[in-house]
Design a binder for this molecule. Sequence first.
Ligand code: DC
Length: 229
Amino acid sequence: MNQKKITIAIDGFSACGKSTLAKDLAKRLAYVFIDSGAMYRAAALYCLKHQLIQDGKLDTVGIDNQLSQMDIHFETVSSESHILLNGQDVSNEIRESKVAEIVSIVAAYKPIREKLVQAQQEMGAKGGIVMDGRDIGSVVFPDAELKIFVTADPEIRVQRRLSEMVTKGMHTSIEEIRKNLAERDHLDSTREESPLIQVSDALVLDNSQLTKEEQLDWVLDKVALIVSN
Ligand code: DC
């Protein structure tokens, strides 16, 4: 019997393990996985490459003129999702500090959000999708059958981001990560456009003390309840 394919929205602060959870969940359910943060990072990289960020400020006139030329999409290579910016695979480059430092500025700009939200809604139009980000349950898929808000202890998030960067051979310091996460938390939750909020119909998952498997089981239980109804 074909099971109902639902939409799963996962929101939360940076470095809470949302993408890992969303990816594992999508794999288990044979759903599409979309890391919406990767799209904002690719947009930020576009701005860097086109000198649209000066002194920590976005050149809004410049980006308005170029927005239609910025193409961001995903491709699956050897069952791994890669992100392409105007045809170039930028999956690794978007994780670098130079992008992390400015992404919140770019993600706060309404025309950029409108373009990316439209693309996200098109990708999820048929259901069977797990998307993680900041505004997925509030703006992108307000009717999602399952909404999860992930939280974790700030210091645990710092350690997780550090080991992720070390594993990828990227140079950074613990102080740099701590500062960047605190700044992004503040900007992402206080910006005017689609700030990160915990919507009232989201289930809260504090994963500070949970393994990846425990988190996955927790969500799979919720999915099973929804699809069996
Ligand atoms: O999840 P991440 O750290 O890769 O996200 C990168 C940035 O993009 C983050 O600072 C906030 C922004 N973002 C957003 O504004 N809306 C989303 N749906 C996803 C990410």
